[in-house]
Design a protein around this ligand. Structure first.
Ligand code: FES
Length: 108
């Protein structure tokens, strides 16, 4: 099991069950009740996606589902707002580069 993350408060906190999610092929520790973005931040990962044109990294900005800076692909579904998506055991999360084409998108 990987380390639980250096950004988590250690004392006086009761957490849910510990499990791992796969992020770009590597295990990241998460606890029941955390969002995907929280688990990533606690694991030391700040960049969650890259912009399409300038390839600049983006991470958690609003933390409440409004800004869309935390989009990642989760279990094969693109454009998931990871700041409001609860982590679940065995999730497969991958970094997005730009905005992937979505089935039924009229702009393509
Ligand atoms: S950080 Fe703003 S929508 Fe997720």
């Amino acid at each position: 099991m990987p380390e639980t993350g250096f950004r988590r408060i250690g004392d006086g906190i009761r957490r849910g069950a510990q499990f791992s999610i796969q992020v770009d092929g590597a295990p990241i520790v998460a606890f029941s009740g955390e969002t995907v973005a929280t688990a990533l931040l606690a694991g030391g990962r700040l960049a969650l996606r890259h912009t399409e044109k300038s390839k600049q990294p983006r991470g958690i900005f609003c933390g409440m589902g409004i800004c869309f800076e935390c989009l990642m692909t989760v279990n094969g579904v693109p454009n998931v707002r990871t700041c409001i998506t609860p982590a679940e055991p065995g999730m497969i999360v991958t970094t997005q580069h730009g905005l992937p084409e979505v089935a039924g998108d009229a702009h393509h």
